[in-house]
Design a binder for this molecule. Structure first.
Ligand SMILES: Nc1ncnc2c1ncn2[C@@H]1O[C@H](COP(=O)(O)OP(=O)(O)OP(=O)(O)O)[C@@H](O)[C@H]1O
Length: 273
């Protein structure tokens, strides 16, 4: 759908090998810089994200992780002083291109925030709200999507008998799984998770972590986390951000057992940040 909205001819590449390589990648970040006014929060970062992988973004507070994450589904557009340079290539299109249909983009690239933010509606309507906005109708169809998304978010068994109750009657952990279900209902390709478990109790935290691992089969996940154990347990790749730059990006196992940069080692061993 997103592809229909821009001039495809400009974006095509004729290089077959490159096409093959790209088919295994879902995002390619090229020389991306993001500013708030004159403050450069993200500085010339370049890296690739593979399909159906979990990528953890780690680094001390204020180093640009959330700013980068928000740029992937254009949430930074909501901050008037924010502007950027460079590219984030998704399906041969530059997400940052002004001609991109941002509504369609956010359907394909969903985001879940640190604090659960359900709508002041029933559990059922939390899931169907956006579906109706996108023209998906019919009780049978909506019922099926509600059940499927709640099952995927490991919440169905806990709420199936009270779908008409307010989402606010759920615990924080359940509310966060509802927010994940709401995002999954849109059938996204990529899930952006900004510290999705950090505001939750340890049991809910563990449930979300288990869920993230499960979801990897069907989605590409990019997660910002301050929890080093969590990053090392769930992710395939880890990017270490420092002062707006990616200092090291590698397989998670390498980052956590044999990092090549001293700052990475200092950070993951708790010596700063
Ligand atoms: N809405 C905003 N307006 C202006 N500056 C912002 C805004 N959001 C973030 N910044 C600035 O951008 C820089 C990077 O912030 P960002 O929130 O991306 O870091 P972070 O690594 O995600 O931090 P944390 O781990 O604490 O969430 C910081 O200097 C921050 O002050």
């Amino acid at each position: 759908m997103l592809k229909e909205k821009v001039d495809k001819s400009k974006q095509k590449t004729s290089d077959k090998k490159e096409e093959k390589d790209q088919s295994e990648l879902i995002l390619r970040v090229n020389d991306l810089s993001i500013y708030y006014g004159s403050n450069q929060a993200v500085k010339n970062i370049s890296f690739d994200i593979e399909k159906n992988s979990i990528t953890a973004l780690i680094g001390p507070s204020g180093c640009g992780k959330s700013t980068f994450l928000r740029s992937v589904n254009r949430m930074n557009d909501l901050i008037p002083i924010s502007h950027n340079q460079g590219e984030i290539i998704y399906e041969d299109l530059n997400i940052l291109d002004k001609n991109i249909d941002v509504i369609a983009l956010r359907k394909e690239i969903g985001m879940v925030f640190q604090k659960p933010n359900p709508f002041p509606k029933s559990i059922y309507n939390n899931i169907t709200h956006a579906l109706r906005f996108y023209g998906i109708k019919g009780k049978k169809r909506l019922d099926a999507i509600v059940e499927e998304s709640l099952r995927k978010a490991a919440l169905w068994d806990e709420v199936k008998d009270r779908l008409d109750q307010s989402a606010f009657a759920l615990s924080g952990g359940q509310q966060q799984r509802l927010c994940i279900a709401r995002t999954l209902a849109m059938q996204p390709n990529i899930l952006l998770l900004d510290e999705p478990a950090s505001a939750l109790d340890p049991v809910s935290n563990a449930k979300i972590e288990e869920l993230i691992f499960e979801l990897k089969k069907d989605y590409t996940i990019v997660i910002v986390t301050h929890n080093m154990q969590q990053a090392s347990r769930v992710s395939d790749k880890t990017a270490f951000f420092l002062n707006g730059r990616i200092v090291e990006y590698d397989d998670t196992e390498t980052i956590f057992t044999n990092p090549s940069v001293k700052e990475t080692e200092d950070y993951i061993s708790g010596r700063f940040g």
